[in-house]
Design a protein around this ligand. Sequence first.
Ligand code: SF4
Length: 782
Amino acid sequence: MPRDIPVGNGSFLIAFDADYTIRDLYYPRVGKENQTLGYPSRFGVWTQEGFSWVNARDWRIALGYLNETLVTDVRASHERLGLQLVCNDAVDFEKNIYVRKVLVRNLRKYERGVRLFFHQDLSVMENEIGDTVFYDAKQNCLVHYKGPRYFLINCSAGDVWGVREYATGIKRLRGAEGTWRDAEDGILGGNPIAQGSVDSTIGIPLEIPPHGEAVVYYWIAAGRNYGEVDALNDILVHDKPQKIIDRTASYWRHWVNKEEFNFGNLPADVVGLFKRSLLVLMTQIDSGGAIIAANDSDIKQFAKDTYSYMWPRDGAMVSYALMKAGYTTTCGNFFNFCANTITPYNFCASVMVEDGFLLHKYNPDGSFGSSWHPWVKGDEIHVPIQEDETALILWAIWRYYDLYRRMDEIRPLYHSFVEKAADFLVSYRDEETGLPLPSYDLWEERRGILSFTAATVYGGLIAAANLSDIFYHTEKASLYRETAAKIKEAIDQYLYSEKHQRFLRMIYPKEGGPLIIKDENYEQDATIDASLYGMFAFGVYDPFDIKIQNTMKAIESALWVRTRIGGIARYENDGYQRIGNDGAIPGNPWIVCTMWLAQYYVSIAKSVEDLERVVNYLRWTVSRALPSGVLAEQINPYTGEPLSVSPLTWSHATVVQTVMDYLEKLQELHTCERCGRSIFHYDRAGRQLLKKHLPAHADAISDQEPIKYLDEAHFKKDGENITVNIDQGRCVGCGICVANANGVIDVVDDKAKIIAGKAADWDIKPGFEKCCPLEAITVKTA
Ligand code: SF4
C-alpha cells in the first residue's frame, strides 16, 4: 500500500497508508529506526451508533496536503456514524514533534457524545522486546521508551489538556492482540504500565452540539531521554499545537517558493507536481546527508527487506535534481556523507587491493546496508559493486561545482573522494578493451559490462578531470581524460551494435570463460533498456548523434506500454513485480524511465513547439500521481494504480530535473531575433539577488483592496471600442509588454495580466501587440 502523505523534518518521519493509518514512524534518522516495524497505529471513533476504526472500508477518505506545504489535508466521513473528520498532520520543521489536528463535525441534528481513539503500536528500536509504556501523571500523558528512545503521547480538546482515558498492555503475545481491542466498546481499562511487547491507546471524549464541531489535538514527541520529550511537550503546552501546524505550513510554503521561478508556459498541474515533488523529497532525506530511496515498509512483504537505504546512484540523481532547483544544502550534506563512507577494500585481505569505490547501499547512519552481491563465484573473486554508483557521485560533484562554484565545499572532497574514486575507475578496467570490468547493473539484476555503467564511468572520469584541473592536479586530469577517451572508443567498438543500429544493453563474459572481453569470449545482450539514455545524459555522445537518435527511437517504440495507461517500461520482458503476462506489454511503466525519454526530447528540442511533447510526458506523470501528488516507483499498466514503493525519491527527482531542463531550454529557445538575448528568464531574480517576500505574506500585511486582473479588457479610446486579449497559454511572462503598457499590464504568477482598474484609461499605442515576441497579445478595434 502506498504511503500517500508522508510528513517529516529530516529526523522524524511519519508515513500513512492509503487508509490514513500510521504505518511507519522513523526516528532518529529518516529510514532508521522504523519504530512501528510497519504495524498499524490505528485511529478510531466511538458514538452511540457504534465504533469504527478509520481504516475500515465504510469510511470515505480523501488524502492530500494543504497547498505547497508538508501539512496534510485529510477528509474522512462515515455515513452510519454521521460524522465528518477534517485532519491536519504535521511534523514540526525544527523540533521532533508530530501533531494531528482533528476537527470533528456532527452531521446529526442532535447533541452527541463522541470519543476519538488513538492507538500507538510502537516497537522501539525496531524490536518488540523490552519495551515499556507508562502513564505519566506529571504531564498527564503516556510515554513509550526503551534505551535511548522516548516517545511521549499527549492530547488536548478545548480547555482540557492531557490524557484522561488510556490503556497500556501486551500485544501480539499469548493471544493478546493489543489495547486497540479494548477501545472498541468505547471504554479503556486504565492500566498504568506495561512492559515487553506493548502498545497503548488513548481516548478523548467530546460532547458535540447538533450540526456542531469540536477540535482535538494529538501529538507525539520523540527524543533520546525523558527530559527531551518532557521539554518538547512543554513547547506544545505553551505555544499551543495549532501554532506548530501553522509555522510548519508557513516554513514549507516559503521553502518551496524560495526560487520564485517563472514557469513560463508549463501548465499549473505540472508546476504543482514539481513543487509537491520537492516537498516529498524533503520527507525522504535524512538531515545527516543520506538520501533515502523510499520509506514504505509494505515492500517487506515482497522481499523481506525495504528501500530505506541510501543507494549512491539514486542519491546522485536526486542531488542533481535538487541542485538544479536551487536546493544546495542537501547536496552538500549528501556529498559529505559519501566522502565519509567510501570504503577501503580491506576487509577481506586476500581478495583485492583496489580501494575507492562505493558499495551497494548504505544505512542512513553510514554503515553498509544489506546486500545480495556475492564476493565470489566459483574460484573467481567478484568485486561486489554497481560501479555506476561510484561514478555518478563524481559526476554529481562536478555538476554541483559547475552550477554554484562553491570552492570551499568542493575542496575537502577532492582528496577524500574525487581522487580515490577516479583512480578506482581508472584501475577497474579490462586491459584488453579499456572498458570497465563487470559489475552489477543499475536495476540490480545482472552482472556484466553495461552501457549505462560505462556511460557513467565516462561521465565520472570527465568530471574528475575537470575537478583535477581546478586543483591543478594536471597529471591526474590528463590520466582521467585519456582514460575516458579510451572508454568512449571501447563503447563505440563493443557496446554499439552495427547490426541493431543502436547500443546493446551489455556484454558479459561467457559462462566459465575468463573475465577478459576479447574476441569471442563474451556474449551480447541486445535487450532494449531505457537506461541506454545514459549514453547522452552523461555526455558520451551528443543527443543529436545518429546512434543516440536510433537508440532513443528504439526505446520509445519497444518500451511504451500500449494500454490506456501508457508510460515507458524499464526494458523488454521486465518481470519485476510484473502485472499479467500480456506479451504486448514490455513491463510495468516506470516514472523514471518515462522522464528520461522526456529529458531526451528536451535535449533535442530546436523550437518551443518541439517542447510540447515534453509537456505531454510531464502531464502523463501528473496523471499517474496519487491525489496527494505522491509518485510510486512503477504503475499498474492496466489500472494506473501505484506499484512497489511509494513515494520513490528517484521518481520525484526525475520530475524536478525534467521541469528544470525544460525551463532552461525554454529560456534558450526564447531569444530576441535582433539581439539574440533571452527574452524569457525562468530564474527571474537571479540566484544572488535578495528575493521579495511571497505574495501571500505581502497580502497578509496589507489592508489594501486586492487588485483585479483580467486576461481580456474592453475599453474605449478616441470613440472606438478596443479589445485587448492576452493568450495565457502562449504567454511565458517575459515582461516585455509591461514595459510598453504604461502601467496597465503586470506579470502575475508568470503571466501577463491587464489591471482592471487601469484599462479604461489606457492610452494604448497602435501596434502595441507587436511588442510580444510570442504573439500572445491581440488587439481588436471596432
Ligand atoms: S510580452 Fe507580455 S504577453 Fe508576451 S510573453 Fe511576454 S509577458 Fe507574455
